[in-house]
Design a protein around this ligand. Sequence first.
Ligand code: HEC
Ligand code: HEC
Length: 304
Amino acid sequence: MRGRFWLLSAILVACAVAAGVWFITAPERFGSSKEAVSDTAGDVEHGKLVFAAGDCASCHASPGQSDRLRLGGGLALASPYGTFRAPNISTHRIDGIGNWTAQDLANALLRGVSPDGSHYYPVFPYASFTHMRPDDVRDLMAYLRTLPAVKGRPPNHELNPVFGIRRFVGFWKMLYFKPGPIAPDPAHDEKWNRGRYLSEALAHCVECHSSRDIFGGIKASTRYAGGPDPVGTGFYPNITAARLGDWSKAQLAAMLKTGITPNHGRVGSSMAGVVTNTAMLPESDREAIAAFVKSLPARPTPNP
Ligand code: HEC
Ligand code: HEC
């Protein structure tokens, strides 16, 4: 009898824990109907700039062809958790996001939640995109709708089985995901605030130029101070004053247009893709990014 009682209690406790886990890891969607993102009012020209600033093509353009507007996906993104594949986000109705509403896109970018209500993996840098203004999401959707439909779905992610359970991303979100807009800082001028918005909400510079802990969260003390790339074969440079101290704002803005650095030639690897995009922005936006980045406090480069 006693044995049965304990067994029953243990089962009940396990169920309660499981229900608790299920509850606290639940995906949260963006906004109420009041905050709904319009499907019709989007400004295509502005959406094109949002797309460039967000560096979307660097991950979602189909590899092996030169048209950065064919968003068929397929790029393999290696990580300690396995290999992710960027999905098809073209206007194809079945293989891409041709059937999505602007609100679906807002849920993906601002909350990391899919139309069917599951979590996205944070390799899709929504921890940064969450700071986007809903109007920018609306314009981005209007622009995405002008791009060609690309047929075909990339292969699935190949992840370590533990990480295959999307629901567990809810734990990651509890630890590291701070959804919502970034309030303008009145201590700085408009240009700096624009630069901060572009850098932190759209261009997600910090997602690469930082070190991560074992759960893949950015270590706060290393923000912008660089660190090993996800598979530890390369190193993202420190872009705080500790390394960029001798760059002028003008030199940094120029690099974001030409890729040419004041001290060692031309940036390569994934930064070359970033520059392809920042080069499309208005000069004033590159100057704004430079104003923000040059104001970052010097932080020591973490040891790899
Ligand atoms: C670092 C690479 C990277 C960048 C940059 C990036 N994405 Fe993604 N994106 C991904 C990956 C990987 C996924 C798949 C995530 C998953 O399966 O959980 C994804 C998922 C998505 C999805 C969901 C697609 C679906 O079928 O459910 C959309 C929409 C999307 N991204 C749009 C964008 C837009 C718009 C931008 C630019 C503002 C962007 N992404 C920038 C890598 C990226
Ligand atoms: C997808 C990852 C990625 C993103 C996003 C990214 N960078 Fe980089 N960045 C790199 C890599 C990799 C390098 C090193 C390039 C090389 O080896 O030539 C680099 C180099 C640089 C350098 C040159 C540093 C030096 O010492 O030569 C600067 C400055 C820089 N990035 C600024 C930025 C800014 C500002 C942003 C946001 C607007 C940004 N990066 C976004 C990956 C990234």
